[in-house]
Structures are given as structure tokens and as C-alpha cells.
Design a protein. Structure first.
Length: 63
């Protein structure tokens, strides 16, 4: 994980009908609406959050 690396995270699937933990993780990531994109620094804690909601989001690496 590089110091300057960021991740673009896009919500591609609705959280309706999924576990509360997944909904809370999306809220912590700052994702509220479908197709919304947020950028975060690449950290181990962020990677753990993405593992929880991997079936709801699409992740792209950027510089």
C-alpha cells in the first residue's frame, strides 16, 4: 500500500435486504445513493471495511 494511493469506491447494488453490519459499513464509507463514488486513502482498515461489503461495491485504484 503506497502512501499516495487512493481508492475510488462505487456503490453498485442497493443495501436493502442485507445485514445491518453491511448497511453501517456503507454509511461509514460515506455511501448513501446508488452509483455514488467516494475516494479514500488506501489503508488496512479501509480494506477490511471493503471486505465486509465487497458484494455491494466496485473498487478502482488510482494514484
Amino acid at each position: 500500500m503506497s502512501k499516495n494511493k487512493t481508492l475510488k469506491i462505487k456503490l453498485i447494488k442497493s443495501s436493502i435486504g442485507y445485514k445491518k453490519k453491511a448497511k453501517l459499513t456503507l454509511k461509514a464509507l460515506g455511501l448513501k445513493k446508488m452509483n455514488q463514488i467516494v475516494e479514500h486513502k488506501d489503508t488496512p482498515s479501509l480494506r477490511g471495511m471493503l471486505d465486509v461489503v465487497s458484494y455491494l461495491v466496485k473498487v478502482e485504484e488510482s494514484k
